[in-house]
Design a protein around this ligand. Structure first.
Ligand code: IPE
Ligand code: IPE
Ligand code: MG
Length: 236
C-alpha cells in the first residue's frame, strides 16, 4: 500500500555544505531545489498528502544571516513553483506560527495558499515555525476559549474534536501521518507532528537532504511497504 500521508523532516543541509567546505546556506539552496522533485514524485506515486518540515519553532535560534537565507529561499520556491503546482492541482497549506514568518514571505505564501485553495487532489503542507508543543498549546487555549463561550462542552472533547483544533485540521481525514521520513541519519522527531504521527511508520535514511533523490524516496516507500501495520491488533 502506498502511504496516504507522508511527512518529511528535511535534515542535513548544513552538514552537506560543510562537507564541501561551503557555508551552511549553500546546503539550504541545494536542499530547496530537491523539494520540487520530491513533491512531483509524491504525487506521481499516488500519495495524497505530503508535509514538509522546513522550519521548527526551535530553528529561530539560528544566526540571523541563516534565517534570512531560509525565508528568501522559501519565497523563491513559491514564486518558481506556484504555476506548476496549480497545473498539477496541488492544494497548499502552511502549518505553524504563521504570524512569526517575516511579512514579505508570509504575504507571498498566503497568496499562493489562496490561489491553490480550489484544488483537492494533492495536499502539500509546509511546516514553518512549527512545533508540536506550540500547536498543542494553541489548541488547548482555543478549546478553553470555546468552552468559556459555550461553543464546546468539556464532556464532548474527544480525539476527533482535538484533531479539529490542531493546525493539521486543514487536512481533514488525512491529518494522521502514515510515514515519517527523516534524512541525515538523526533518530529523533524534533517536535514534529507528535499527535498526528502516533501510529506512523518511520524511515531514517542516512542521506543528507540535498542528496535525497527521487530514487531514494522510492526506496523509503518500498521499505514502508514491507511493514506490517497492526495498529495494536493482531496479524491475520
Ligand atoms: C535542515 O538542515 C534544514 C533546517 C533546519 C532549516 P539543517 O540546517 O538542520 O542541517 P544540519 O542538520 O545542520 O546538517
Ligand atoms: C528539524 O531539524 C527541523 C527541520 C528539519 C526543519 P533540526 O536540525 O533543527 O533538528 P535538531 O536540532 O537536530 O533536533
Ligand atoms: Mg539539522
Amino acid at each position: 500500500m502506498i502511504p496516504q500521508h507522508v511527512a518529511i523532516i528535511m535534515d542535513g543541509n548544513g552538514r552537506w555544505a560543510k562537507m564541501r567546505g561551503r557555508p551552511r546556506f549553500f546546503g539550504h539552496i541545494r536542499g530547496s531545489a530537491q523539494v520540487r522533485e520530491i513533491v512531483r514524485e509524491a504525487k506521481r506515486q499516488g500519495i495524497k498528502a505530503l508535509t514538509l518540515y522546513a522550519f521548527s519553532t526551535e530553528n529561530w535560534k539560528r544566526p540571523e544571516d541563516e534565517l534570512t537565507v531560509i525565508w528568501k529561499l522559501l519565497r523563491k520556491y513559491i514564486r518558481r513553483e506556484v504555476k506548476e503546482l496549480d497545473q498539477n492541482k496541488v492544494k497548499l497549506h502552511v502549518i505553524g506560527e504563521i504570524g512569526r514568518i517575516p511579512e514579505g514571505a508570509r504575504a507571498e505564501l498566503l497568496q499562493a495558499v489562496e490561489k491553490l485553495s480550489v484544488h483537492e487532489e494533492f495536499h502539500l503542507t509546509f511546516a514553518l515555525s512549527y512545533g508540536s508543543r506550540t500547536e498543542w498549546v494553541s489548541a488547548a487555549k482555543q478549546m478553553a476559549e470555546d468552552c468559556k463561550l459555550g461553543k464546546l462542552q468539556p464532556q464532548d472533547i474527544s480525539e476527533s474534536v482535538i484533531d479539529q483544533y490542531l493546525w493539521t485540521s486543514c487536512l481533514g481525514r488525512l491529518s494522521d501521518v502514515d510515514l515519517v521520513i527523516r534524512t541525515s541519519g538523526e533518530l529523533r522527531m524534533s517536535n514534529f507532528l507528535l499527535w498526528q504521527a502516533c501510529y506512523a511508520e518511520f524511515d531514517f535514511p542516512q542521506t543528507l537532504w540535498p542528496d535525497y533523490t527521487v530514487e531514494e524516496f522510492r526506496k523509503s516507500l518500498e521499505r514502508y511497504q514491507t511493514r506490517e501495520r497492526r495498529l495494536g491488533g493482531l496479524t491475520k
